[in-house]
Design a protein around this ligand. Structure first.
Ligand code: 9D3
Length: 241
């Protein structure tokens, strides 16, 4: 899969997309990440990528010509792509969207800065607009990295998931149970004894109880959508004690 990223800060992407799983996936040729500097497609002596808003007001707006120029230049090199604008006004990015995007051969991500990009880019040159959550970032770059990371790990071979639908953890919207490893005693903090008992059925039920309890406590929105099995109801009933 090819990711094309349009940004005025190309170097922001070097380390986050060069290390770890995504970096390995690039080395192995499973994904290709092409970062393009929007400024390279700006004209004039100062190669300005932004300008003052029509109608007045605070801040600057990204000009359409450099972004559309970049889109036209890069679209020619490779398969047809879906073009996505990263913006606080976008649809909320989630695992379902990550899964859908992972089936595409190529994705172009436009990173906005300042107050945003000229609306004509959004209206006529993109297929979708995505936000990664209800908080204010300084630009779309980190959001684009989140999308690349979430999509790349779903691709066959990247995680060692051989194209399987191993990605089922969010199909049942429940948080994970708590994990522990050695040492058994860390600065006087012990591991729940049940995990050392050796009874796999007891451990399975404890973990399920913990998962349900923390989902109810921390993510009531997810808990509401859960379809509790008869066993789940028993575990929650016992979990009160
Ligand atoms: C003052 C009004 N602001 C809107 C909340 C303007 C504004 C703030 C920050 C416009 C753009 C930005 C930069 N953010 C993004 O480009 C962005 C973003 C985000 O801020 N949060 C979550 N997802 C995303 S995707 C792109």
């Amino acid at each position: 899969m090819i990711f094309d990223i349009l940004t005025i800060f190309p170097s922001m992407f070097t380390s986050p997309l060069g290390e770890s799983m995504v970096g390995k996936a690039r080395e192995r040729g499973l994904i290709e990440v092409r970062v393009h500097n929007i400024r390279d497609f700006a004209s004039g002596r100062h190669q300005m990528t932004d300008d003052r808003p029509f109608g007045g007001g605070e801040g600057m707006v990204m000009k359409p010509e450099p972004i559309v120029g970049a889109l036209r230049a890069i679209a020619a090199n490779g398969p047809t792509a879906a073009t996505i604008l990263m913006t606080p006004q976008g649809r909320l990015f989630n695992q379902e969207t990550a899964r859908r995007l992972s089936r595409l051969p190529r994705l172009i991500l436009i990173c906005g800065r300042y107050e945003g990009v000229d609306e004509r880019v959004a209206d006529y040159f993109t297929d979708d607009q995505l936000s990664i959550g209800d908080y204010v970032l300084t630009g779309g770059e980190l959001a684009a990295m989140v999308v690349v990371d979430a999509v790349a790990r779903l691709l066959p071979g990247v995680l060692g998931n051989e194209g399987s639908a191993l990605e089922d953890s969010f199909s049942e919207p429940v948080l994970e149970y708590p994990h522990y490893t050695r040492p058994r005693d860390f600065e006087g903090l012990s591991v729940p004894p049940v995990l050392l008992c050796g009874n796999h059925e007891t451990i399975r039920r404890w973990r399920r109880t913990q998962a349900l309890l923390r989902t109810r406590m921390r993510r009531p929105d997810l808990f509401e959508r859960l379809e509790l099995s008869p066993e789940d109801r028993e575990l929650l009933e016992e979990g009160k004690n």
